[in-house]
Design a protein around this ligand. Structure first.
Ligand SMILES: Nc1ncnc2c1ncn2[C@@H]1O[C@H](COP(=O)(O)OP(=O)(O)OP(=O)(O)O)[C@@H](O)[C@H]1O
Ligand SMILES: [Mg+2]
Length: 159
């Protein structure tokens, strides 16, 4: 599987939102974006902006207690947070139906369920820096499609 990398320095939440917008624009049916990073890194902040730019109206909250929330935008959006379940439990949720469905999947804490994730995906790790509003956002594009997302962002900037 080909892998491409791109690291983005977000100087504030607006930059994180700009990246989310660029990725929402590239998304299509079956897109899978996995989000990792410590508590408070900005996974849900990213997801809220992503949803807005996918055309979802209304409030998008962390689905920590519901595991999966569905929204309607330009495409269906499946927002998952698997922080509170283990891989066996997650396996019983039938996530493939979402991953290989007609919508876009955002998976917060996806690294906790490695065996359940599609191989082809955009994997994002959000890392805090010494500055309170700054984040290093590490993108790994696994497979041709997501590799191209990373290449285009690297070469053309986040737009
Ligand atoms: N550059 C940035 N990118 C993202 N969030 C930022 C940034 N700067 C400041 N923040 C703030 O950091 C907080 C991130 O919280 P958020 O709920 O998105 O984290 P999370 O990774 O989803 O945490 P959890 O694992 O607890 O769900 C928000 O209050 C957000 O406004
Ligand atoms: Mg969250």
């Amino acid at each position: 599987m080909t892998e491409e990398h791109f690291t983005y320095l977000a100087k504030g939440v607006a930059d994180t939102e700009r990246l989310a917008a660029a990725l929402a624009a590239r998304s299509s049916a079956g897109s899978v974006i996995v989000l990792d990073g410590e508590l408070g890194a900005g996974k849900t902040a990213f997801s809220k902006a992503f949803a807005r730019h996918l055309g979802v109206e209304g409030v998008v909250n962390s689905p920590t207690f519901t595991l999966i929330k569905e929204y309607e935008g330009r495409l269906p959006l499946y927002h998952m947070d698997v922080y509170r379940i283990d891989e066996d439990e997650a396996g019983e949720l039938g996530l493939d139906e979402y991953f290989y469905g007609t919508g876009v999947c955002l998976v917060e804490w996806g690294s906790l369920i490695p065996s359940l994730l599609p191989e082809e995906r955009l994997h994002i790790v959000i890392e805090a820096t010494a500055l309170p509003d700054e984040r290093l956002i590490h993108l790994t594009g696994c497979g041709e499609v997501y590799g191209e997302w990373c290449r285009s962002l690297r070469e053309n900037g986040v737009e």
